[in-house]
Ligand binder design. Structure first.
Ligand SMILES: Nc1ncnc2c1ncn2[C@@H]1O[C@H](COP(=O)(O)OP(=O)(O)OP(=O)(O)O)[C@@H](O)[C@H]1O
Ligand SMILES: [Mg+2]
Length: 396
């Protein structure tokens, strides 16, 4: 018999709790990072300027939700204590230049988008709008890495007061990024101004992911609807990968949906494995869809490292494999630094994991690379793309 709406299952009490944009009341796993943000913002409560802050860490680590939490706290405190505080939250996801960010900020604050002006004029518009807000104004620029090297805004905004563009008010900036290169490549003058405070959100481990899922599952599922293995499995699979809370939540939600769809009474390990398989495949397909040939060659080099049990490996080692593969397939060979850029792009698209390592007493840091998706499935998906079939022949 076909399904009819209205046959309610006994799985979800409220599945909206598993939505990405559902706001958790507490983030105990990020207490330390949020306390540091607290300290950076606390001058506001003493009538002084909050510190400019740069927040970074991989995708799904609670950066956006953590910053929002602290700013909500601060806004509530300001309201109760008659402090003139304004918070402007803006996502730069669709902007590639400082100019676009400035134009869109003006529109967000004033309701009018300035069109057809030069850079200086749009900055002046922004200063005019900020001056109208007055008091203490905190501007959050989320996903700021999208502006790449065109990072003037990160220099200009924090210095607006010192440069005489604003008076009798405080402006400070919180930049948020999940692209490590962006932090590494910020121009020295931006580093100097923006990075009064740098707060790193390191990847969640399996215990933390379990706790995060447990708290959300308690609200989302009926008592007893989840069998004991489900949360540890979803958390474990994600921890081996990138430690993203977003991904762990997706696994759990999808596992629940599989149970509902099969009309089962409980979400089981099998549902969780099915969920992981389906979402993993989707994420590989999405991660691979728009790759350039050079991205793919770099990816195949990582796959080669992975199949020979040498992962995670430093850039030099991946580059050795990359050169061999490029040569054998007759593709152009690019320099090591550029290939490393491709590896970082693969990290952002979710198929490769770049692990940051400090160099110890020598200072600085370097990266180790590994495949972050399932090996067999990644090869499968790659083989479906025609040109790659023969690249892969060179390694497997
Ligand atoms: N400690 C936590 N407790 C509960 N939920 C969390 C926690 N950390 C993250 N989440 C949830 O995980 C999801 C992703 O978090 P968030 O959007 O803050 O990640 P992000 O670090 O900003 O990632 P991106 O770099 O991709 O923007 C959200 O649904 C958020 O509510
Ligand atoms: Mg975010």
């Amino acid at each position: 018999m076909s399904k009819t709406f209205g046959d309610q299952s006994e799985i979800f009490v409220d599945e909206t709790v598993l939505y990405e944009n559902w706001v958790p009341e507490e983030l105990p796993e990020r207490e330390e990072e949020i306390d540091r943000l607290h300290d950076a913002l606390s001058p506001v409560t003493r009538g002084a300027a909050p510190h400019n802050t740069f927040v970074y860490g991989k995708t799904g680590q609670g950066k956006t939700v953590g910053v929002n939490h602290k700013l909500d706290d601060l806004a509530a405190y300001a309201e109760d204590n008659d402090i003139d505080l304004n918070v402007v939250r803006y996502s730069c996801a669709k902007d590639n230049t400082s100019y676009q960010v400035v134009v869109n900020l003006v529109e967000q604050i004033s309701g009018d988008k300035p069109i057809g002006h030069d850079t200086k004029t749009v900055f002046d518009y922004l200063y005019t709008e900020l001056q109208k807000l007055g008091g203490t104004t905190i501007i959050v620029l989320d996903e700021i890495d999208n502006i790449g090297n065109d990072d003037d805004i990160l220099y200009e905004l924090p210095r607006a007061l010192a440069n005489g563009h604003l008076e009798d008010m405080w402006v400070s900036v919180i930049g948020i990024s999940n692209d490590f290169r962006f932090r590494d490549n910020l121009s020295p003058k931006v580093k100097d101004t923006l990075c009064d405070e740098e707060i790193h959100f390191s990847p969640y481990d399996a215990d933390q992911l379990r706790a995060i899922l447990r708290r959300r599952a308690d609200k989302a599922f009926y008592d007893g609807a989840l069998s004991d293995e489900v949360i540890p499995l979803c958390a474990g699979l994600t921890a081996q990968d990138k430690g993203s809370a977003r991904q762990a939540l997706r696994y759990l939600y999808k596992a629940g949906e599989f149970a509902v769809s099969a009309d089962d009474e409980q979400v089981t390990e099998e549902h969780a494995r099915l969920a992981e398989g389906e979402l993993e495949r989707k994420s590989i397909e999405k991660g691979i869809r728009d790759l350039t040939i050079q991205d793919k060659l770099a990816l195949v080099a990582v796959i080669d490292i992975e199949t020979s049990g040498k992962a995670p490996a430093p850039t030099r080692e991946v580059y050795g494999r990359y050169k061999k593969i490029a040569l054998e397939t007759g593709a152009d060979t690019i320099a090591m630094r550029r290939m490393r850029d491709h590896l970082q792009d693969l990290d952002l698209s979710g198929v490769v994991n770049a692990i940051e390592r400090n160099r110890g007493i020598r200072g600085g840091h370097h990266y180790l690379f590994e495949l972050s998706t399932d090996l067999g499935m990644t090869i499968d998906v790659l083989e479906e793309g025609e040109r790659l079939g023969n690249i892969l022949d060179h390694i497997v």
